[in-house]
Design a protein. Structure first.
Length: 89
């Protein structure tokens, strides 16, 4: 059974993870990566992987799901930064 704190965690995870979606969408549509910091997203992704490992250890559904999804979104931005920077006209 999911307790109240895990429900709060799921709500928080949904909100913080969803906050990345507009950035991913905008970057995908415009291909403008000039304001994205590759270093920041590489460090951020590393942190996400560590949070995922911690969430697995705790068996926290909120931490596991949110860090998987956020990790995918961060990887997308990293790939966009690498691809769109190298494909400047």
């Amino acid at each position: 059974m999911i307790d109240n704190y895990e429900i709060i965690g799921l709500i928080a995870a949904t909100l913080t993870t969803a906050s990345f979606i507009p950035q991913v969408y905008k970057t995908w549509k415009t291909k403008d990566v000039s304001s994205l910091s590759l270093t920041m997203y590489l460090v951020f992704f590393t942190g996400i992987v560590l949070w995922l490992i911690y969430g697995i250890h705790l068996k926290s559904l909120a931490m596991i799901v949110s860090n998987i999804v956020t990790g995918i979104l961060a990887i997308m931005l990293i790939v966009f930064k690498l691809v769109y920077t190298n494909n400047k006209n």
